[in-house]
Design a protein around this ligand. Structure first.
Ligand code: GLU
Length: 368
């Protein structure tokens, strides 16, 4: 299996090396490993915790407060400090980083999903390393993911990652809590379509002192990501060259094989977007282009029907009215009606802004 696009999740316990403070050498190791993979043209997104820990360090708090607003406050204090450190350290390896703060609602709402996807894709295309964290300030109970394990699985789905590495302070997933049970064994691989109940049970009790998630959130994340076609590995962040070794296929930590291909999963996502709320009728040239794996451009659109928003799923019909494709549209119905039949180079002049050359990008399109 060869990988191209990775999400690497670093938990607080990894970034602090188990202490109450951020451990800059850990960040250096991470940056050095990311730089090495980047030079081999892998696309990499880092999901990093550590904001609350950095805030706590700044205020010299010995105890982690329990109430959410205070944790949110600590995150607001710590996040810029964390990013300042990342900025400096990644720069040593010639890499530019970007801060991306997300909440569950950004990934559930189709328009925000598309916007986040486009931003992350643009960053990766420019060789920049996005560093994602939850937007703790605005993340109240209903909209927060709550832990970065699950957030990293959602990000893996968002950018079609083929590998998600969850770095933690344990060598991987065990058959029981290794601190309580000396017979606990490391699980090398999970291939079953459904994670066995015994593993869920074994993961239930494990928690780390500084991070939010324990093994249970890692298992939830693995379950989610492998159903989007992503291979998942839980491994120790203190293992030397852990990322390069995993990418090379070394069976380190616990591996979860994907349950579907990422293409299937993406198709499901597009087709699951409820009933299509509108359609674009296209000319024969566009039909041919789509069949050759290209994107739908405004020049090929002949008519627009229905009322839809950017990010909605629409149907693409040929001249005889037969549905040939379905996809996530980049322009709302009013904009698309104005762009119909025009060259992509004219989009900005017509609308005063542009969301890109494509009406539906080929990555967001399912041929039927
Ligand atoms: N967003 C939190 C932080 O940066 C971490 C959440 C988690 O570790 O799961 O501290």
């Amino acid at each position: 299996m060869t990988f191209h696009r990775l999400v690497v999740k670093c938990g607080t316990s990894t970034l602090t090396a188990g202490t109450p403070r951020l451990a800059p050498p850990r960040l250096v190791e991470l940056a050095q490993q990311v730089a090495q993979l980047r030079s081999q043209t892998y696309d990499i997104v880092v999901v990093s915790s550590g904001a609350v820990a950095a805030g706590r360090e700044r205020l010299s708090l010995t105890q982690l407060p329990k109430d959410l607003p205070v944790k949110q406050m600590l995150s607001a204090i710590g996040q810029p400090r964390l990013m300042a450190l990342y900025e400096q350290i990644f720069a040593l390896y010639g890499l530019t980083i970007a801060q991306v703060l997300l909440t569950r609602i950004d990934l559930a709402d189709r328009r925000r999903y598309l916007n986040s996807r486009n931003t992350l894709t643009a960053l990766l295309e420019h060789g920049i390393i996005p560093i994602v964290n939850e937007n703790d300030t605005v993340a109240t109970e209903e909209i927060r993911v709550g832990d970065n394990d699950n957030l990293s699985a959602l990000v893996a789905n968002l950018i079609d990652a083929d590998l998600l590495v969850l770095l933690t302070d344990q060598p991987g997933l065990y058959t029981a809590d290794p601190e309580l049970n000396p017979t606990a064994q490391l699980v090398a691989e999970v291939t079953e379509a459904d994670i066995p109940p015994a593993l869920w049970q074994a993961a239930g009790g494990a928690t780390t002192r500084l991070g939010t998630g324990g093994m249970i959130t890692k298992l939830q994340a693995a379950d989610l990501a492998r159903r989007s076609g992503t291979t998942v590995v839980i491994a120790s962040g203190s293992e030397p060259s852990v990322l390069a070794r995993i990418v090379a296929g070394e069976k380190l930590g616990t591996w979860f094989q994907p349950v579907v291909t990422s293409l299937e999963s993406r198709k499901r996502y597009i087709l699951a977007g409820g009933h299509a709320v509108g359609y674009a009728r296209v000319d024969e040239g566009a039909v041919q282009a789509l069949h050759h794996g290209r994107s739908l451009l405004p020049v090929g659109v002949v008519a627009v029907e229905g009322t839809f928003e950017r990010g909605d799923t629409i149907q693409v019909l040929n001249a005889t009215g037969r549905e040939i494709a379905r996809g996530l549209v980049n322009y709302d119905s009013d904009d698309l009606a104005r762009l119909r039949g025009h060259q992509s180079t004219e989009i900005e002049t017509i609308l005063g802004y542009t969301y890109g050359d494509e009406v539906i990008h080929r990555n967001n399109l399912v041929l039927l």
